[in-house]
Ligand binder design. Sequence first.
Ligand code: NAP
Ligand code: MG
Length: 483
Amino acid sequence: MKLLGNNPAFCFINNEWVPGCSAQRVPVINPSNGEVLCEIARGTADDIDIAVMAAQAALEGDWGRASAAERGRVLHNIGAIILDHAEELAELEAHDVGKPLKQARADVVALARYMEFYAGAADKVHGATIPYLNGYTVYTMREPHGVTGHIIPWNYPMQIIGRSVGAALAMGNAAVLKPAEEACLTALAFGELARLAGLPKGALNIVPGFGAEAGNALAQHPLVRHVSFTGSVDVGKLIQESTAHHVVPLTLELGGKSPQLVFEDADIDVALPFLVNAGIQNAGQTCSASSRILVQRQIYDQIVEAMTQMYTDLRVGPAMDDLDLGPVISKRQKEIVEGYLDRGRDLNLVAKGQVSASAPEGGSYVAPVLFADVPPDHVLAQEEIFGPVQVVIPFDDETEALAIANGTQFGLVASVWSRDGARQMRLAKKLRAGQVFLNNYGAGGGVELPFGGTGLSGHGREKGFEALYGFSSLKTVAALHGS
Ligand code: NAP
Ligand code: MG
């Protein structure tokens, strides 16, 4: 833990490492073996208040005065320094979150790529002139909200920091970040790297701690002018109530139950790795995981058989062994997933991966499980499990496939596997999802692609250029000067 020293139990405020006000600490568990890795600060409402004040001061200081080009340059430097420390960040994440090293490395590259993307975009956002009555000149401009609050989950800390904090900083906001207490270490390391890269003090402040304490205080703080929340539906609803109190805009990135629709004319060889990987990546703990595979009857047996073979070959083990899957984040998460498996005990379990012999007893390992012939209204086909579990559901025709696909309360991602162009276009229009992929899934991370949901999956968009509009507000200026 070179970047953080031996003891990361601090908050990052005003480019300084400060002990939390309560002096209490939270142990950080390595999910690969269940052992305590280190401790972090248990941030309180007082720490949040100090962090928000520091952010507010930054807006009135060097950061607020920086030009768009200067903000872009700082983000560019942060991206470069992240790549200089790529291996250290990847190992930190592997130990903290249990990600197989290749996934952790991919997250580091994505974080750097977000910084590059928003570095380049910072000075490309501009307003418009609007033709109006004679004697007027009217124009619009984009302004930062002010202090932005970022509450993020444990499953992809680096990627979510990249898309949310990166876009907020590009637009000139000053950010306060509350990472998930189960996955704080790369967030704290990001603060240190941002400082080394020249980010002015107060532009980014990080307060670790529990959601009900630090997170709640951040969502309710009267000086926070925009909140970005990524996490569960239940907490998302609480955040929406908190921000309603101050009438503050909010981006909610919640969960999903995303389907892939496989038609009889699909290129099955291309589809298969996407079908499985989209379900088991990060041990299924991905908001955009594809947990429902809908298959047309003509090719149903063929797909189930091929997926069964692929599942049987999957290996689960410690993050540093870099197998197909690591552990899930915690013992609690393992219990949640096992609870769902128990509720699926009457279903047709067709395949299960294997936990490697090298997996320590204390780790939180779940072997990936594939169910076939699952009724679309079964709880395992309706609720987000957030573990390595996929269900396969047969359908007869396009109408039925669409009804099943749209038949949950979520609407995050969907994909269509078919060579029929007209069908692709019809379904792209009718699928209820923030992203639709045609003959692929997830598009390689998609830093550039606007992302977000509908229904219980949330509202607002992050990623891509679109995020910059969410992290700014539009002002219209109308000048009457006569003709
Ligand atoms: P979570 O329990 O909702 O936690 C998310 C964040 O909110 C954490 O930082 C958590 O802090 C904090 N929090 C908890 N209670 C809070 C409260 N009362 N007020 C303010 N903040 C609070 O979700 P999770 O278990 O970490 O993550 C899993 C969920 O996130 C899944 O449902 C998944 O679908 C969703 N997710 C969605 C996306 C997306 O982009 N759509 C991405 C990733 C994950 P502590 O955990 O430290 O207490
Ligand atoms: Mg951990």
